[in-house]
Design a protein around this ligand. Sequence first.
Ligand code: CP
Length: 313
Amino acid sequence: MEMETEYCFRHKHILGLEDLSCDDISFILQTAESFREISSRPIKKVPILRGKTIINLFFEPSTRTRLSFEIAAKRMSADTFNISASTSSAKKGESLIDTALNLQAMSPDAIIIRHSYSGSPHLLAKHINASIINAGDGFHEHPSQGLLDMMTVKQRKGTLQGLKIAIIGDIAHSRVAHSNIIGFSKMGAHVYVSGPATLLPPGIEQLGAKVCRTVEEAVTDADVVMALRIQKERQLDPLIPSWREYASFFGISSRLLEKSKPDAIIMHPGPMNRGVELDPALADGPRSVILDQVTNGVAVRMALLYLILGGDR
Ligand code: CP
């Protein structure tokens, strides 16, 4: 995309894709593409964030997001530190703001936070001076996941404009779904969602998604089919009768995929319940880009850290 010559990335925090413009998203994806090559060098390190201090503050489990933020920061020579809920003084009753103020007293440049409460990164951004990156807040947003998903689709399809993106599953509890609906819609794609009625939140159309009554309708002629994890930990009462029934009605199978475009790609943000949300043969097959999503996660997170801490504001 041609950038206006006066374009400047001006964000101190990355709290959600709702705050980013199309130009911002394009610029982040371009920057991430330029960083991708660093991860294939024999010496995977550049000095551009030398002297910067980055704290990973994760109150929920994570494999991909936490590690890829840490790898991204280290590949740019920043100093990184990890705190998890089980090892922090939150266990002793310290409030989130008090924890953040104490971290602030040690002069970090950025805090990356994952928390079960929607809006917790926004709360931190109001109270402390460091840049805040939202690594997933409750049901709300997971902006770096949305960006790496857009990067992955753009690599395969060349553009996001006009694509049909089908997102299937637990839309209600999925911050990934929310960021992807916002991001892909902003970039000119058409997002269709489907899943059990108990997992489709009212008002989701307002984010830009079209709600389909059947999975078949969502997947028909899709360029991208994205399965979501069933978020059992966020369901107070069981909202699906059983895994087996979910798999047979809403799991992505070869039969269902026949309705999509012949070159449709399959995505899943992970972690995956194998055989429930997605047929394992599809997850491991040639149309799956699930591990490309993980690889792109490092490049996107390098771009975010660079842009908020060291790059062109
Ligand atoms: N996609 C994602 O957020 O994965 P993790 O929970 O492993 O970070």
